[in-house]
Write a protein that binds this ligand. Structure first.
Ligand code: BGC
Length: 733
């Protein structure tokens, strides 16, 4: 394994030679603590209860702190556990001590956790952060999350989530970097660097876990856990590339997804796991199932019973079982009966031990007291990056009559329960956050010294408060209405069949608009929403997502013009839910959508989205001119002059797309192939050049051949996937 010395490899081999079959299988077992006594619900259900709002995060925390928990000490002592999910360094050290000092071979435990967009310093959710189009930022936020979590004993993140996701109904679009394979792959590479590459201190890196492998983002009808079916070519061209990119960067593990892919659940899919991930891409670390994934193969109807599911999973190359104990219960007898070979077990264990060795756990299994309290006070640098990431993720969707930026002395009515909530800034998959760290939009407005009054009026759930609405209308000269989704409305198991504003928020906006005063809508949400009505009726729309602990400061900074917004959409926004899935890089049809009837369109929604991928406005304007394309033996280099024609300095993200006009299979109408961010002062003009390696202009066919087909190509440069300049050229490979 890369990164291991010869001595370390030798030590792994020696351990393997010494281990009993039971000890080996123990390494293949990941357990989470369970709650015992006083509760009728298992831990998993408690998490679900928190996720769907039956209990609050605080109630969950209280329960967890008082409940009796089973940390499986006896199983650890017996060598039956290889990894644990425990977010508590003191307890973690105790359990590690059992593994290191009381088991026969003293193999340390891995501690895994969902650290998806920050540990204690919560950063923007991935769909938002991806819209910054800033690889250096992807890396920095990951590196900070790695340091913070490792200081608390977490050495393995169930991240990055790099599912290409094209259906906004799917709640988990919030967790990933959007719909485009190139942007998702860029995000994946830089997340791996940030999480894994800083070895300047023994605890400044963790092992990443790529998820959800694979095609989980293509679940049918956007319903979570649903089946996926797709042509092999699409799998290879769109869904696998981010995983390949991340493995090339040295990602240490991957998680098999819940879904079946073309009829085979990814948990037992030897083509995706063994042939592609391990043999073709070269993953050196291990693969873990998703929670209960092995057991669910019985529900899929692909395994007769749990034992059969375990056999199929192990044989397919699934190295670690998350949460079912199926490997512990059945694998030994299946090895003895010859159904599973010892090579399969040895391969899995070698990979798992390799990752533990790479993490330095054999030398430093424990968290020091100094480390545990290192981030008790969050470092200014972390807060600064959280703020920077927040600002760069905000997307200005519409700004009629330059209503934004607001002047500090403008009298503002701030409306919406979301604006006053610290709990709602963090986004799905925040586990180790603290409320005190969170800056709500209300707090942010106060910190900015804004001239405003707050009237909650209503939110994603519940009734409207008419009295407050009247006061809000009478109070300010401008109304800032914060509307959107609760955190619990996106993320896992949070698909929605209607992605318009939930609850009575549209009614709230209608009432505010009736005042005749300018209404600025600020959206807090975890997925693209269908905002056709809002776009038609409101003068200003700001997409602020769930931005993490610094959300309020980031939003205030944009509203008052201290920051010129530069964020872009990493996902297409539909006009109406019925357009989903909608994404810019779709294959062309024989009847491309147009205004005429017999084309690929909806009678009631046309064929275009509301906002295209890559879209985002600014407080200034940019003009693109003089597009040039040059060809060398190995590259196409496209350039364009970009001029800041407005009054504010700003950052513009220039995007390069291509289209293979005629090919042996139908290709997307556009594919992102590069981007560059430039800073321009008012009146300043720069030439921006982006190069594209010819080797990357091909595609996979259904037989997994990578084809570079000479012929006509279109090269586009522009501010988003819709508004581009285009040059057509012939390319010979
Ligand atoms: C999710 C994963 C997550 C795992 C462990 C599953 O339900 O699908 O994304 O990493 O739980 O918490």
């Amino acid at each position: 394994m890369k990164g291991l010395t010869e001595a370390q490899e030798k030590r792994i081999q020696e351990l393997l030679n010494e281990m009993t079959l039971e000890e080996k299988i123990g390494q293949m077992n990941l357990k989470s603590m369970s709650i015992v006594g006083g509760f009728d619900v298992p831990f998993e259900e408690l998490i679900e209860m928190m996720a769907d709002g039956r209990i609050t995060a605080e109630e969950f925390g209280r329960l967890m702190s008082t409940a009796e928990q089973d940390y499986h000490e006896d199983d650890i002592r017996a060598g039956k556990v290889g990894a644990l999910m425990v977010d508590d360094p003191v307890k973690g050290n105790e359990l590690q001590k059992i593994a290191v000092e009381e088991t026969r071979l003293g193999i340390p435990l891995l501690f895994g956790l969902d650290v998806i967009h920050g540990y204690r310093t919560v950063f923007p959710i991935a769909i938002a952060e991806a819209g910054s189009f800033e690889p250096a930022l992807f890396e920095k936020t990951a590196s900070m999350a790695a340091r913070e979590s490792r200081s608390r004993g977490i050495n393995w993140h169930f991240a990055p989530m790099i599912d290409v996701a094209r259906d906004a109904r799917w709640g988990r679009v919030s967790e990933g970097p959007g719909e485009d394979p190139y942007l998702v792959s860029t995000f994946a590479r830089h997340k791996i660097r940030g999480l894994q590459n800083d070895h300047s201190a023994p605890d400044s890196y963790i092992a990443a876990c790529l998820k959800h492998y694979v095609a989980y983002g293509a679940c049918e009808s956007g319903r979570d856990y649903n089946t996926t079916g797709m042509a092999r070519s699409l799998l290879h061209n769109a869904y696998l590339p981010p995983f390949q990119a991340a493995v090339e960067e040295g990602a240490m593990s991957a998680m098999a997804s819940f879904n079946d892919l073309n009829g085979i659940p990814c948990t037992v899919n030897s083509f995706t796991l063994r042939e592609m991930l391990k043999e073709t891409f070269g993953l050196e670390g291990f693969v873990v199932s998703d929670a209960n994934g092995i057991k669910e193969c019985v529900n899929h109807g692909i395994a007769e019973d749990e034992a059969d599911a375990g056999v199929q999973a192990a044989k397919a190359g699934l190295d670690m079982d998350m949460g079912t104990d199926i490997y512990s219960k059945y694998l030994a007898e299946k090895v003895e009966s010859g159904e599973v070979s010892m090579e399969v077990i040895d391969e899995a264990v070698k990979r798992i031990l390799g990752v533990k060795m790479w993490l330095g756990l054999f030398d430093r299994p424990y968290v020091t007291e100094e480390a545990m309290s290192r981030y008790e006070v969050l470092p200014q640098e972390h807060l600064d990056i959280a703020l920077e990431a927040g600002k760069k993720s905000i997307v200005l969707l519409k700004n009629e009559n330059d209503i934004l930026p607001l002047k500090k002395d403008t009298k503002v009515s701030l409306v919406g329960t979301l604006a006053g909530s610290k709990d709602e800034v963090v986004g799905a998959w925040s586990i180790s956050w603290r409320k005190d760290d969170c800056v709500s939009i209300l707090d942010g407005m106060e910190n900015a010294g804004a001239n405003f009054e707050y009237y909650p009026c209503g939110g994603p759930e519940g009734d409207l408060n008419e009295e407050e609405i009247e006061k809000a209308i009478a109070g300010g000269d401008v109304i800032v209405a914060v509307v959107g989704e609760l955190v619990s409305m996106s993320g896992e198991a949070s698909s929605r069949a209607d992605i318009t504003l939930p609850g009575r928020q549209k009614e709230l906006l209608t009432k505010l608009l009736a005042s005749g005063k300018p209404v600025v809508a600020v959206f807090m949400n975890g997925r693209p929403l269908a905002l056709e009505w809002e776009n038609e009726n409101l003068p200003v729309l700001v997409e602020a997502w769930h931005l993490g602990v610094q959300m309020g400061n980031a939003v205030a900074s944009v509203l008052y013009g201290d920051t010129n917004p530069s964020g872009r959409l990493a996902s297409t926004f539909p006009k109406v839910t019925g357009q989903c899935p909608i994404y810019y890089n779709h294959p062309n049809t024989g009847r491309p959508g147009s205004k005429s009837k017999f084309t690929s369109r909806y009678l009631d929604a046309g064929f275009e989205p509301l906002y295209p991928f890559g879209y985002g406005l600014s407080y200034t304007t940019y003009e693109y001119s003089n597009m040039q394309v040059e060809e060398t033996d190995t590259q196409v280099i496209a350039s364009v002059d970009v001029e800041n024609t407005g009054k504010a300095a700003g950052d513009e993200t220039v995007q390069l797309y291509m289209r293979d006009v005629t090919a042996s299979i139908v290709r997307p109408v556009k594919e992102l192939k590069g981007f560059a961010k430039v800073t321009l002062n008012p009146g300043e003009k720069k030439t921006v050049a982006i190069s594209l390696d010819k080797a990357n202009m091909g595609f996979f066919d259904d037989d997994r051949n990578y084809r570079l087909e000479s012929g006509k190509f279109q090269i586009f440069l522009g501010a988003n996937s819709r508004d581009c300049q285009m040059t057509e050229m012939n390319i010979q490979f």
